[in-house]
Design a binder for this molecule. Sequence first.
Ligand code: PMP
Length: 287
Amino acid sequence: MKVWLNGQLVDAEEAKVSVFDHGVLYGDGVFEGVRIYGGRIFQAKAHVDRLFASAARIRLEIPYTKQQIIEAMEAACEANDVTDGYIRPVVTRGTGTLGLDPFKCKEPVVFVIADDITLYPREMYENGLAVIIARTIRTPARAADPAVKSLNYLNNIYGKIEAIDAGVMEAIMLNERGEVAEATGDNIFIVEDGNVITPPAEAGILLGITRAVVKRLCEKNGVEFIERSFMPKELYDAEECFLTGTAAEVIPVTRVDETTIGDGTPGPVTRKLLGAFHEFIRSGEEL
Ligand code: PMP
């Protein structure tokens, strides 16, 4: 495998960052998760825009243009014959001293990995996923804004550990007000009266690009798309529930804690959107 590292394609074994890199020492950096389908990077612009927005929010200047990052992603895919897979661009703060000061770091390190990813077994897309509601809350925006896709994923990892300990694969995280925020690596949606409801930015979430695609698909398919906060009770009582993310795509949720959602099988709105999602991928349409 080849990894794109600071402008060069290097063997995976040679793709190394320093132990003094603040990305390693403090999780100081940003990243993206991107898909490539049929040799075409899915929503490349939206991902690169979000990468640069995340970097700007942590006062990290990426030493490449957006176009160069897109080209780096293409180069990483090409070098590994990845036409259908997953791309991970990462920007770390770079090498610095043993102190927090990010401005003592000389030069950000940029690398891009292109590989496969399978988050959930195929049968879960057909039968639905079981999740729990985590006791760990999502980091409040005033602590570390979840809208920034930073290398600090420990909050999400706490949620993931709770899920695994409970014998399921994903956990839903609430915000400090007790409202449903998002899953550890995915956005959440419920269906009520045939309408799709998802927590707004103010709930303290990462504004997913797949979430934006689902919004577009709802508009195209005459499904009302509502952004508003809701409490766990509304999730338990929902007709349908599903998660979205670049790696997960669109996945139905049929159990939350001990509660069966709907009749325990993926509902009609979820199935319609799942079909529309795959059609949208094939269309090559940009948001
Ligand atoms: N929330 C979190 C916390 C995430 O890490 C992700 C990305 N895996 C998402 C939501 C979904 O975002 P996207 O659709 O852009 O992948």
